[in-house]
Design a protein. Structure first.
Length: 375
């Protein structure tokens, strides 16, 4: 990597949805006499295909992109490391290796993580698998496959959370069992009285029937109070024996965003309409680690993808000393749940559709997204 201090440096921290878009346009930064550097400890795992990965529909390779090849192919620099600290005053980042790098502009796209809290298991208790980051879900799949092959039955898995992610996970865990010709042994626990409570009531009821048909046991209007050595304990005192717990609740931005000394919350770094910190125009953020000040945004990949173009334009504008453009997130968005049985549940505003055509459309969108970043 060039070390000329007079060369403006833009550092991308994290290979998330937004930064893949920017990395694929590294040539634009070279054209403006700047260097673009992407720092990430590994490969990009796509959350849109994670439930299908768990259910056996996709391989690990299907769900990954190599960010190093991507940015280097387009003329940027990749550093395989992890940023442990950022000093906005000195404009320096510190890496896990001990190395320190100076930046002129910085962008964060480090994603989110699950705050386990009461879902921390005691010694000898069930294994706990947070829904993010994605790689542990692939490890869970391998462990379940090995157990099913050895014992001829599925270990009991409890999914905590009845939203879109929890429902998808439960459906795909049941699908994984069917792929191995064993009976599903999956329980979904949700404090809501219905699965997918934000969806239209008819769509929620239909999804509940699908889960019942898939032999997923539903424990609704209840919550997990603690994990025990034998399973999970519910708020009514019932203990569910289980071998694994998948945590699909408690999502929050990674701790790095709250350690900058800049306005931030559990939602992430507080950013203005131009997607930079409300207190520091040299630090941008997108996706699950950004707390968008104009209005609250759901933690969905579509917003990170749409914000990517705005951050890219604004980084280039910052280099050129030009005005920045605001991000205008959509009020309605398409969401499709992969139900693991060849069908998908499509949701758009108050409209919904369950069928194979929905699953086909989701797969088409996901594959197109991945193709654009594979070199």
């Amino acid at each position: 990597m060039p070390t000329d201090p007079s060369t403006p440096t833009v550092i991308l921290v994290g290979a998330g949805h937004a930064h893949l878009h920017i990395a694929s346009r590294a040539a634009d930064y070279r054209a403006q006499g700047a260097r673009l550097v992407l720092i990430d400890p590994g490969r990009f795992w796509y959350s849109g295909m994670a439930t299908g990965l768990l259910g056996g529909q996709y391989s690990a390779a299907d769900d990954q992109v190599d960010p190093a090849r991507l940015i280097e192919h387009h003329g940027g620099t990749f550093i395989r490391d992890e940023v442990t600290a950022v000093d906005p005053h000195k404009r320096m980042v510190t890496l896990a290796s001990g190395r320190a790098l100076r930046y002129d502009w910085l962008s964060l796209n480090v994603g989110s993580e699950v705050h386990l809290g009461k879902l921390s298991a005691p010694d000898g208790g069930p294994r706990v698998w947070p829904v993010k980051p994605i790689p542990p879900l692939h490890t869970l799949r391998r462990e379940l496959e090995s157990a099913m092959a050895a014992r001829g039955r599925m270990p009991h898995v409890v999914v905590v959370g009845g939203g879109a992610t929890g429902s998808e996970l439960a459906a795909n865990l049941a699908a994984l069992a069917r792929r191995h010709a064993v009976a599903p042994c999956v329980t979904l626990v949700s404090r809501s009285s219905a699965v997918l409570p934000q969806a239209p009531a008819q769509a929620s009821a239909k999804l509940q029937r699908v889960l019942n048909h898939c032999s997923v046991t539903l424990r609704l209007a209840t919550s997990v109070t603690q994990l025990t050595t034998g399973g999970v304990q519910l708020d009514d005192g019932t203990e569910l024996p289980c071998d694994h717990v998948v945590a699909a609740v408690g999502l929050q931005a990674k701790a790095l965003t709250q350690a900058l000394g800049l306005p931030a919350s559990r939602e992430g770094l507080r950013v203005c309409a131009q997607m930079h910190s409300v207190d520091d125009p040299r630090i941008f953020a997108a996706g699950d680690c950004a707390d968008y000040a104009p209005r609250r945004l759901p933690k969905l990949g579509v917003f990170g993808v749409r914000a990517a173009a705005v951050i890219h334009q604004n980084l280039l504008a910052s280099l050129a000393g030009q005005p920045l453009k605001p991000y205008q997130p959509q009020r309605r968005w398409l969401a499709i749940l992969n139900l693991g049985d060849g069908r998908g549940l499509l949701l758009w505003w108050r409209l919904w559709w369950l069928g194979r055509s929905s699953a086909w459309l989701k797969n088409r969108i996901d594959q197109r997204f991945m193709r654009q970043f594979r070199v």
